[in-house]
Ligand binder design. Structure first.
Ligand code: SF4
Length: 742
């Protein structure tokens, strides 16, 4: 990721990773009529069927189709201060990974004479009507009805919109045609930036509408406004000889915007580049990044790295033939999809209270940011699988692997690994109860970082927690979906297994593909560079590809000497004891029932990821942390001291500077208002001495799993507790297996 010497822990999230506050600004609005008209894009490269741009088209069209929609008729109770609002919206945009955010006026000069409508929306609507879409996601009828209405709706005027929130996404290095994996990603920068920026704008437009204000997202493909003019008016870019130019980036970026009637404060326009003092855009502060995340040495993570290798030095990790935890492959017990704890909650297996709390995904809707993400997540379900092109696919496994990895990293996935996809990694039955006959034998495992900065401001189980998860799930649905489509375009079968509709268990695939090791948290696979602060997704396929190997970075020793996640878990679901065999896997088995119950019902927040927040491997990525990581990976004896040191310096505590979200909760009339419940703003519990012998944990192995059908199946906790007590260590298990006693 390049070098960062300085922490930005004292920098509020709304200020972003670039030092925009150092730029010289002016009170005079530049003459927007002088800005060159924004260029149109096309997502069709019929002359280059291998281009990833072809695979992005339907996803861009889907986002453009939902750029407008329902406005909550009940106004929410949010801060009235225009500056608070601007800061909040910018921080949300940065949370979603915008490179730069700006707020400005929507001036008449910025309106397009002819609004743009992505022509692919009509093609997509036709495809969805005729395509056999096999999806098991719940609520798919509602999603389809919403999309139909959105795709057929005539755009309303936006006369009431006076304000514009502008999203800027920078380009990284152009791929070198000679580098491995460059075949699919040539000349795709504009399309990538547009797609990512549209995801962000669509989510935030939906968020503003949920709060009761009209708002619409605008992209290079579908818009009523000129995005370059908005960027100048919002103080993100300066007008240079008719061109829109951004400090540090020049012309290498893409834009989207949200226009709205919600009032918020505006940024001042930038002074022309010739009037920007050199020491503010360059000079030692920029070279070293004093107090902000970006600097001259890390701005582009791929400046000195090949796309195929990713932004982190994964190539330095020790590779091993087998995962560092035992998997009894011949005896892994496949379970039905119905065994998932959230499914069990919804079917009432865990009682009426939990069923009511889980009904209709209330735990997602109760927080406005996550409810805003939910619509796009639902829409992408319709694109995660489909027919393959009738062409001869590329057969070179090395070349396919390089192209998959380079394209995945180019798009913005944080880590990717390739492996076989054995039968035992598939659920036994799908969500309808139908038996699954694994259709693909190859897996592409991807990891999305949940984001350090917002995690710093969070307790892990407060009102942003669910949106942290959903943001990562949405990103995988988009980017994993594009990779699956790309593979189908090249003639192979492929399906993206998303949080909404997936048929494989992801943890074992992450292990096989070298994405991490088993951690004490339980089903969470921990990556050496992202810690446990991640969500995963998998694309399965029949495309031949060279596989990666599992990794060993010393985590088993570390977790054996650290139980911080267990101590900090608010539901007491994480074991303080040893790894045990569960369904054929050696893991620190957590009590998923306790975990799911807490996440669904906690009144002081929305969901929980406190284990990820407090783990010593949840690192900022700055230079001074390197000795910790090196010692943790290379000196097993140092693990106890490192775990204690992490606690002593207060890592995993609250940083209020980074708290940008509002603690508002959905009420019965549909409005979001400040929550009446005490907040889960907890700090570390350093004095708690958690003992394994004091814990009562339950597990539900295959012999206690529910039937596969979508009907209730009461959970027997006493049997679950007995099942926990009956679990064996891997050594005991192997000994009994060798003795023929299993
Ligand atoms: Fe392992 Fe400690 Fe992180 Fe838990 S908090 S996953 S025990 S390193």
């Amino acid at each position: 990721m390049g070098i960062r010497f300085f922490s930005d822990k004292n920098r509020p999230v709304h200020m972003g990773s670039y030092p925009l506050e150092r730029l010289a600004r002016q009170n005079r609005m530049p003459d927007l009529s002088q800005v060159s008209p924004m260029r149109a894009l096309s997502y069709h490269r019929s002359d280059r069927p291998e281009s990833i741009v072809n695979a992005m088209g339907e996803f861009q069209a889907m986002l453009d189709a939902i750029r407008d929609g329902f406005v909550n008729p009940v106004a929410s109770e949010i801060p009235a201060d225009p500056v608070d609002r601007a800061n909040h919206l910018k921080a949300f945009g940065y949370f979603n990974d915008a490179s730069m955010m700006g707020c400005g006026p929507l001036l008449p000069d910025a309106m397009l004479a002819e609004p743009r409508r992505n022509p692919d929306i009509d093609r997509l609507a036709h495809a969805l009507r005729t395509r056999q879409t096999k999806t098991l996601a719940s609520g798919i009828d509602v999603i389809m009805a919403d999309l139909k209405e959105s795709m057929e709706a005539e755009p309303k005027p936006i006369d009431s919109h006076r304000h514009a929130l502008v999203f800027l996404y920078e380009f990284n290095r152009d791929p070198d045609p000679a580098e491995p994996g460059a075949e699919w990603i040539a000349e795709a920068q504009d399309h990538r930036a547009c797609l990512l920026a549209t995801e962000n704008a669509v989510v935030i437009a939906n968020y503003i509408r949920l709060l009761g204000f009209d708002a619409r997202a605008h992209s290079a493909m579908s818009s009523e406004v000129d995005l370059g003019k908005l960027a100048v008016a919002a103080g993100l870019a300066s007008l240079e000889d008719g061109e829109v130019v951004v400090p540090w980036l020049g012309k290498r970026f893409g834009l989207t915007a949200v226009t709205t009637e919600m009032e918020f404060a505006h940024d001042l326009p930038l002074c022309p580049m010739a009037e920007q003092p050199w020491f503010r855009t360059q000079g030692p502060a920029w070279w070293l990044g004093t107090g902000f995340a970006k600097n001259a040495m890390n701005r582009d993570p791929y400046a000195k790295r090949r796309y195929v290798d990713g932004a982190h030095p994964f190539e330095n990790l020790k590779r091993v033939d087998n995962p560092t935890t035992y998997i009894d492959e011949e005896n892994v017990a496949r379970v039905p999809k119905r065994a998932d704890m959230f499914a069990r909650a919804q079917f009432g297996d865990m009682g009426k209270n939990l069923q009511d709390a889980a009904k209709g995904g209330y735990y997602v809707r109760k927080a406005a940011p996550s409810f805003a993400q939910r619509r796009a997540l639902g829409a992408f379900v319709l694109l995660q699988d489909g027919d393959s092109a009738k062409v001869e696919g590329p057969t070179d496994a090395d070349r396919n692997a390089a192209n998959i990895k380079a394209a995945t990293y180019f798009l913005g996935v944080d880590a990717v690994g390739l492996s076989r996809c054995p039968e035992w990694s598939w659920y036994s039955h799908d969500a309808t109860g139908e038996e699954i006959n694994p259709p693909h034998d190859q897996a592409i495992s991807m990891i999305i970082d949940q984001g350090y900065e917002t995690m710093e401001g969070a307790s892990g189980d407060d009102w942003i927690s669910v949106a942290q998860s959903m943001r990562a799930y949405l990103r995988f649905s988009l980017l994993g979906g594009v990779i699956a489509q790309q593979i189908r375009n090249l003639g192979y079968k492929a399906k993206a297994h998303t949080v909404m509709d997936g048929e494989v268990l992801q943890p074992p695939l992450l292990l096989l593909s070298g994405m991490g090791e088993v951690s004490r948290i339980g089903e969470v696979i921990l990556n050496p560079y992202l810690g446990p602060r991640l969500k995963s997704g998998v694309v399965t396929t029949d495309m031949p590809m060279t596989h990666d190997k599992p990794i060993d970075f010393g985590l088993q020793t570390f977790c054996e000497n650290c139980n911080k996640c267990a101590r900090e878990c608010p539901s007491g679901a994480i074991t303080a004891g040893p790894k045990l065999m569960f369904n054929g896997y050696e893991i620190w088995k957590s009590d998923s029932q306790k975990c799911a119950t807490y996440r669904v019902t906690t009144p002081g927040g929305a969901m929980c990821g406190r284990c990820m927040k407090t783990c010593p491997w949840n690192l900022e990525g700055i230079f001074k942390e390197r000795p910790f990581r090196w010692a943790a990976m290379n000196i097993p004896q140092a693990a106890p001291a490192l775990a204690r040191l992490d606690d002593a310096v207060g890592n995993g505590g609250l940083n209020d500077t980074k708290k940008w979200w509002w603690d508002i909760e959905l009420e019965a009339d549909g409005a979001y208002r400040p929550t009446q419940h005490p907040l889960n703003r907890r700090d570390l519990q350093k004095d708690l001495d958690l003992k394994y012998e004091d814990q009562t944990l339950a597990v539900y192995p295959a012999y206690l799993a529910p039937h596969p059908w979508p009907y209730p199946f009461a959970m027997d906790r006493e049997a679950g507790i007995a099942a926990y007590e009956a679990m064996l260590t891997a050594d005991e298990y192997k000994a009994r297996k060798a003795a023929g006693d299993m």
